[in-house]
Design a protein around this ligand. Structure first.
Ligand code: 5AD
Ligand code: SF4
Length: 442
């Protein structure tokens, strides 16, 4: 057994990066590393990065700048860049920041232990391949410690949609679905270690089509139905979905699978058909609205969430108003909105850009509408009974916080509850970022 060393991982971006960071920490456990929360006492620092917007990508370089004194103090410290910036910028990172020892793309994480030992021997190491072997197979772990009540599980990676603004098809590669048997095995293992809620992850998760244990092609709906049968697993979620892959069987699963939670993140990006076409989204605003009608017919209480981009190249005031109209029509429980950010190498980067001040002004208007809607949806919860999966103690003494089935953060006072308990709660107040509740008799 190698001598124990400390690994500090900083994770940026999406939930898949959170999942990947856990896998990397486990892989490095085999090389004698334990995780630490403080970069100061680390023997290795890994930044797991995001490339989705310019700001996210730039954070890496400012963080690397901040790490310089640590490296000067401890020349044995190894610094690695993982994730989508690693994939997109590769050697450029080492050129811009010579203190970086290794760069590893998202498809090569299983090779990290070998890379680390080469870096220990003084080499600069880079791996941004898309290897044919399954990294998750190689990352499969020995039985592991007890977990918290919620977990992510990657079922699908990559994207073949090529929206004109998006780097994901380049950084994460083509769509690949993991075999269903492996996913079920991982889910059972998570449940045996205390997990009660699993969120299935994929850049295009509802396009999942993995090999089933019987050799046939399984859809996401089929996979969810199989997960629904796992004893001890209480909740299933999935994210992120594309409107064009919301099949009838997946909509039906929302009506039929008790464990599938009534929350759906379904990005539309714009309400203008002209812009949607230029974005290469291959759906219209109207087809999206009709789809939501069908989803709500299956599960009337479902809480919808979405993503929006404002200031996409050539977006006019009229196009933008169509986005506001769509938001008005949907009534989102949550929505995330971003200024269009030019990503080198994507088709939209070459087109006439909307001025920054107009983007900012539109973002403000959209966010005002969205937060009004979110608040209304939260206020409408007051008086309702929800089930809360309690995750941790709250800020005040005796308080516990958790999530309702609609993914609202809910806190209750004076509750003697174990982490992982699911209990009925009456919502008594809506605060800006959470709901206050009272425990009900089970
Ligand atoms: N600029 C701004 N937002 C973007 N997104 C993806 N690419 C860009 C970009 N170039 C947003 C989309 C996507 C979310 C994850 O990030 O709304 O759904
Ligand atoms: Fe990016 Fe999502 Fe479009 Fe794929 S479907 S290109 S991940 S925005």
């Amino acid at each position: 057994m190698a001598q124990q060393k400390k690994l500090y991982i900083k994770t940026y971006g999406c939930q898949m990066n959170v999942y990947d960071s856990e896998r990397m920490a486990e892989a490095m456990g085999g090389s004698g590393y334990v995780q630490t929360d403080t970069p100061e006492d680390a023997d290795m620092i890994l930044l797991n990065t995001c490339h989705i917007r310019e700001k996210a990508a730039e954070k890496v370089y400012s963080e690397l700048g901040r790490l310089r004194p640590l490296k000067e103090e401890n020349p044995e410290l190894k610094i690695g860049v993982a994730g989508c910036v690693a994939q997109a910028e590769g050697e450029e990172i080492m050129r811009r920041q010579p203190l970086v020892d290794l760069v590893v793309g998202p498809q090569s994480y299983h090779r990290l232990p070998g890379m680390e030992s080469r870096a220990r021997n003084g080499s600069k190491v880079l791996d941004t391949d898309f290897p044919a072997d399954d990294k998750f197979d190689a990352l499969k772990q020995r039985p592991r410690a007890q977990r918290g009540p919620t977990a992510f599980l990657t079922v699908q990676e990559g994207c073949d949609k090529f929206c004109a603004f998006c780097v994901v098809p380049y950084t994460r590669g083509a769509e690949v679905s993991r075999p269903a048997g492996r996913i079920l095995e991982e889910a059972r293992d998570l449940v045996s270690r205390g997990v009660r809620e699993i969120t299935l992850l994929g850049q295009n998760v509802n396009a999942y089509h993995g090999e089933g244990p019987d050799g046939s092609d399984w859809s996401l709906a089929r996979l969810i139905r199989a997960l629904d049968g796992i004893d001890g697993l209480a909740r299933i979620r999935f994210t992120t979905s594309h409107p064009n892959d919301m099949t009838d069987d997946l909509i039906a699963a929302h009506a039929e699978c008790e464990k599938l939670m009534p929350y759906l993140h379904l990005p539309v990006q714009s309400g203008s058909d002209r812009i949607l076409k230029r974005m290469n989204r291959s759906h219209t605003a109207e087809s999206y609205l009709r789809l939501i009608d069908r989803i709500r017919a299956a599960r009337p209480d479902i809480l919808m969430s979405g993503d929006f981009i404002v200031g996409f190249p050539e977006e006019t005031e009229e196009d933008f108003r169509a986005t506001l109209d769509l938001v008005e029509a949907v009534e989102y429980g949550y929505a995330f909105s971003f200024k269009y950010s030019t990503r080198p190498g994507t088709p939209a980067a070459e087109r006439p850009q909307v001025p920054e001040d107009i983007k900012s002004e539109r973002l403000q208007r959209l966010q005002a509408l969205i937060s009004r809607q979110q608040n209304e949806v939260q206020r409408a919860m007051v008086g309702k009974r929800v089930n809360v999966l309690f995750e941790k103690p709250g800020r005040e003494a005796g308080q516990m916080v958790g999530k309702s089935e609609y993914l609202h953060a809910v806190h209750v006072g004076g509750a003697q509850l174990e982490r992982g308990t699911i209990a009925p709660v009456r919502i008594v107040d809506a605060l800006p970022n959470s709901l206050a509740g009272e425990l009900l008799p089970a």
